[in-house]
Ligand binder design. Structure first.
Ligand SMILES: Nc1ncnc2c1ncn2[C@@H]1O[C@H](COP(=O)(O)OP(=O)(O)O)[C@@H](O)[C@H]1O
Ligand SMILES: [Mg+2]
Length: 301
């Protein structure tokens, strides 16, 4: 039987060399990406993926080259939201030599998502382990390994912005920030309800104080209901007794980037892979998204 002193070396695997090699590859892959922006939220379902896709669309319509890394390994939705057919990707994927080419969605958006590697819509992500119970123990590590591989293998080409759609909650940002050589900043998304705001404060504290990554600002989604018939904006969430998001951002010392109204046409288009920003570019929600995109550009430049 081997004893601990037999393992004092790396047993010939050159693990340090492998890690350094992977880091070098990751840096060279991302050398062609000008700005990397992480999008986070405290809670799920606040519209993080939809807003990420629509911000990317707004920038793409202005001529910027955009990529989206769907880092929500267990709830991937970016491929579907950008109109990518899984089958088209697998053909392209099988031909890769120097790197993994991202799938191309509408408006030329380049996308990598776990979704593209699953056989169909109903299959969940499962990890290789003797039992799924054991896989649960390793889940965090395996998710991060997958993300690291996505980052090291994807041949993005020249990009102006790479947006990273993080899973909800605060636990993945430290790992992502650790993986990326440079993160231009994080966007934090919330909705105007008390529960969401309480959770979002945790995300801000984490991004700002613990990770020292620049917080580009707070985006308030689903603020009011924009009636597609009369154009009037009505309240969607009960808001009495809670701090307005703008005030919350001010108190927390981060920029407030603006609000996006609830517009059913966002889910009608985005959820089925149609470009909301080009189909309803004149709507108040699209205009709000364009304004927010402008503020992001100004922050980064
Ligand atoms: N401003 C909005 N108006 C209308 N529907 C929205 C808006 N923002 C998001 N949605 C819809 O809400 C649902 C949840 O959004 P999603 O982006 O999947 O949330 P998350 O990524 O935060 O879990 C989707 O159906 C999406 O199209
Ligand atoms: Mg999502």
């Amino acid at each position: 039987m081997k004893r601990y002193k037999d393992f004092a070396s790396d047993g010939g695997s050159n693990i340090v060399g492998q890690v350094v090699d992977q880091q070098t590859r990751l840096r060279s892959r991302l050398a062609s990406v000008k700005h990397t922006v992480a999008v986070m939220s405290g809670k799920g379902g606040v519209g993080k993926s939809a807003v990420t896709v629509n911000l990317a669309s707004a920038l793409s319509l202005q001529g910027y080259r955009l990529g989206i890394l769907d880092a929500d390994i267990n709830g991937p939705s970016i491929a579907k939201m950008t109109g990518i057919q899984r089958s088209a990707f697998s053909i392209q994927h099988s031909a890769f030599k120097n790197g993994l080419p991202p799938a191309i969605g509408f408006l030329g958006l380049r996308v990598i998502s776990m979704d593209l590697f699953l056989p169909d819509e109903k299959t969940p992500v499962t990890w290789d382990a003797p039992t799924q119970k054991e896989a649960y123990v390793w889940r965090g590590t395996m998710e991060m390994t997958t993300l690291r591989e996505f980052l090291t293998d994807t041949e993005w080409g020249d990009l102006d912005y790479l947006l990273i759609d993080l899973p909800p909650g605060t636990d993945r940002l430290p790992n992502i920030a650790g993986l990326l050589p440079q993160l231009s900043g994080t966007l934090i998304l919330t909705i105007p309800s008390e529960v969401s705001q309480a959770v979002v404060k945790k995300s801000i504290t984490l991004a700002k104080e613990h990770l020292k990554t620049p917080v580009i600002g707070l985006i308030e989604n689903m603020k009011g209901y924009a009636c597609p018939h009369c154009g009037n904006i009505g309240e969607l969430f009960h808001s009495s007794g809670i701090l307005a998001c703008e005030e919350m951002a001010k108190n927390l010392g981060i920029p407030y980037l603006g609000s996006i109204p609830f517009d059913p046409r966002i889910s009608l288009t985005t959820d089925v892979g149609k470009p909301f920003m080009s189909e309803f570019g004149d709507s108040p929600a699209a205009k709000a998204i364009i304004e927010i995109a402008e503020k992001i550009k100004t922050f980064i430049l």
